[in-house]
Unconditional design. Structure first.
Length: 346
């Protein structure tokens, strides 16, 4: 099979397009013929640079922390999947052979594409316990992006914030991947009233196309004043932020009303931000950080995407051999949508 291999940290060209033996699924594993794998700013680009030492990256490595495709081989002990099933896999998973339900193995686990071979390959083996079936109406490219961002956004808004229909939510980063998905889950799945914001008129207004009720350009508008005007002085019930921009978040924090909830799973714009503690205790505000997602939410995300309630932003689909180019594109444009690598493309 063809695969991208990193043997040393460095610029994009350290990623080599190589011919490797096809992997064989071990006990409790299935093999996926990959049709899509997303390129991620931290989990792929920063890992390749050598900037994620805390993750225990092991070289040589086939990167790619997610994938979608078709099962083409099944290991011993797997009965819940069959060859030809359309599936997706991502994230942390057992590193050693285990049963198809995840039991019977060791306690060692880690992310695919970081601690075990990832999705930047024509074929990848993963534990059956970490695989999810895809709806027929959901394409592989879209599924890989849904798998990467939607469960995190779903977890933050539905489980952590407990956002309810009719409540006001302020979504930071309208044009970002987590921001754009958050807008759609809040509006089309939960039925909340959505205000979104970004650092330009164009990026803020992109949220309106996704379903936001109001969009604020914080580079030219007073974010707090606009939110309070829209909510008739009451403020928002939930503030959804995955950026921690020290120039913007302090004002956004002041838009939280009584018993408001701030939720986040990221801080790449910070991480240190000043907040008004008087506002915090006077309004009985809760702040919750919750990275990751829940497995039971993934099928709900796939179903919502298949029904058209969630539409992901894909900027480019490239052949697997173009992985170095994809990384260079990511490094040069912080605001683009997702880049997907497709090993089935020539």
């Amino acid at each position: 099979m063809k695969a991208i291999v990193i043997r040393q940290f460095g610029p994009p060209d350290v990623m080599k397009y190589e011919e490797l033996p096809d992997p064989a699924p071990r006990h409790g594993e299935i093999r996926i013929a990959v049709h899509a794998a997303t390129v991620n700013r931290v989990l792929d680009v920063a890992v390749r640079r050598g900037e994620q030492a805390q993750r225990g990256v092991e070289l040589p490595l086939i990167p790619g922390v997610d994938c979608a495709g078709v099962i083409d081989a099944i290991g011993p002990g797997v009965t819940k999947f069959k060859i030809g099933d359309r599936v997706c896999a991502a994230g942390r998973m057992p590193l050693d052979p285990c049963n198809e339900d995840g039991t019977g193995g060791t306690e060692r686990n880690g992310m695919m594409g970081i601690k075990r071979p990832g999705g930047f390959a024509e074929k990848v083996c993963v534990p059956a316990s970490s695989v999810f079936a895809l709806p027929d109406k959901l394409g592989f490219h879209e599924a890989a992006v849904v798998m990467r961002h939607c469960p995190t956004a779903w977890n933050l808004l539905v489980n952590v914030a407990g956002l309810k229909a009719g409540e006001w939510v302020l979504i930071m980063g309208a044009s970002g991947n987590l921001g754009s998905v958050g807008i759609q889950i809040a509006k089309h799945v939960i039925g909340a009233r959505v205000i979104t914001t970004a650092g330009s008129r164009e990026r803020a207004d992109s949220g309106l196309a996704l379903g936001a009720d109001h969009a604020i350009d914080y580079s030219t508008q007073d974010l707090r004043a606009e939110v309070m005007r829209i909510t008739e002085g009451k403020g928002v019930h939930v503030l959804y932020d995955n950026i921690a921009n020290p120039k913007v978040l302090p004002d956004a924090f002041l838009t939280l009303g009584n018993k408001g909830r701030l939720v986040t799973a990221g801080a790449h714009g910070g991480p240190n931000v000043t907040i008004d503690f008087f506002h915090l205790y006077d309004h009985k505000i809760t702040i919750k950080g919750m990275p990751g997602s829940r497995d039971e939410d993934r099928p709900k995300c796939f179903a919502a995407a298949a029904e058209g309630k969630i539409k992901v932003r894909i900027a480019h689909v490239l052949p697997l051999s173009k992985a170095p180019e994809a990384h260079r594109m990511m490094e040069s444009d912080a605001g683009m949508g997702k880049i997907v690598l497709d090993p089935t493309m020539g």
